[in-house]
Write a protein that binds this ligand. Structure first.
Ligand code: C2E
Ligand code: MG
Ligand code: MG
Ligand code: MG
Length: 287
């Protein structure tokens, strides 16, 4: 399918110009220039209580809003950022941005329950993370850090342990992101004792077609309950997903079927609309 579209497009674009643009987009220089010019920003994807469908938080997702190339997704530049040794700085910038946006929303009279930011292993491994965080005015109880399983399982060490306890002391929640997609260590549930666990989209998608997949997700939710860890389902795309996840007692839902990621201003409008309605999100009827 992608191939077909690609072939069609070659008729209209000069292939070598396109290749040049692609190469430049992936270059260190372009990304660094974008970073310096303030083109790195973030979008927000709402999360909801599975039972009431009320807003429970927003996940901040980094975006490159390039004047030259348009909107660029993290899959297209995070690797470059990591290769440049800039990933921790991107994370820091997203946190700054999110704190400022929370302030703006607050001034507009919007009640934002929580914002989650993704934290790379580079940042989690920064011995100065605690000092950097202490300089910020962090909204305790309203901020959450999402960590990939690989972030701490690859190389658990003293720095990470110290940072995790500092994060905890500062009242910031910790979530394990993409659970079940990678290293899938069940031991991390005890080692990290996260506030929430985000089940990877790849485990959610098949729950409609397969009872065994549904049972697997249900079991993870049940383990979470026993350990006092709430479960978030990622990649909730359809009304069927929603009703199954409600049935198996999942706590929180996030996915395109409920709301797509959106810029800060659109997120403000979205929240205003929710507040003016009955507070419950409408489920999209197609994925
Ligand atoms: P993630 O943290 O697991 O974020 C969820 C990703 O799934 C987002 O992609 C979101 O747009 C997408 N998504 C949400 N609902 C659905 C759905 O129903 N269907 C499908 N197909 N996808 C859905 P996005 O924004 O492209 O981000 C991709 C990944 O990039 C993130 O995955 C995260 O690992 C990483 N990332 C994003 N922002 C940051 C950041 O500020 N710092 C770091 N270190 N990583 C980030
Ligand atoms: Mg995440
Ligand atoms: Mg995730
Ligand atoms: Mg992911």
């Amino acid at each position: 399918e992608a191939k077909k579209a690609g072939r069609g497009r070659y008729r209209f674009y000069n292939a070598s110009m396109k290749e040049k643009a692609r190469r430049r987009k992936n270059s260190f220089d372009a990304l660094l220039a974008g970073f310096d010019q303030g083109e790195i920003t973030c979008h927000y994807q709402p999360q909801f209580d599975a039972k009431t469908l009320e807003l429970t938080g927003l996940e901040a997702l980094v975006r490159w809003e390039s004047t030259e190339f348009g909107l660029i997704m993290p899959s297209e530049f995070l690797q470059t950022a990591e290769d440049m040794g800039l990933l921790a700085q991107f994370d820091e910038l997203v946190l700054d941005r999110a704190l400022r946006d929370m302030e703006t929303w607050h001034c507009k009279g919007l009640d934002v329950p929580r914002v989650s930011v993704n934290v790379s292993s580079h940042r989690l491994n920064d011995p100065n993370l605690g000092d950097r965080l202490k300089k910020l005015d962090l909204p305790a109880g309203r901020l959450s850090f999402e960590l990939l399983e690989s972030a701490f399982l690859d190389a658990r060490n003293d720095v990470i342990d110290r940072n995790l306890s500092l994060i905890n002391e500062m009242g910031i929640d910790v979530e394990i992101d993409d659970f079940g997609s990678g290293h899938a260590s069940i031991a991390s549930l005890l080692q990290i004792a996260p506030t929430r666990l985000k089940i990877d989209r790849s485990l959610i998608e098949p729950i409609v077609a397969s009872k065994r997949q549904r049972d697997l997700v249900k079991t993870i939710i049940e383990i979470g309950k026993m350990l006092d860890i709430r479960v978030v389902a990622e990649g909730v795309e359809t009304a069927e997903h929603v009703s199954i996840l409600q049935e198996i007692d999942c706590c929180y839902l996030q996915g395109f079927g409920l709301a797509h990621p959106m810029c800060a201003a659109t997120a403000a409008d979205f929240m205003t609309d929710l507040q003016n309605a009955d507070g419950r999100v409408q489920i999209a009827h197609s994925g």
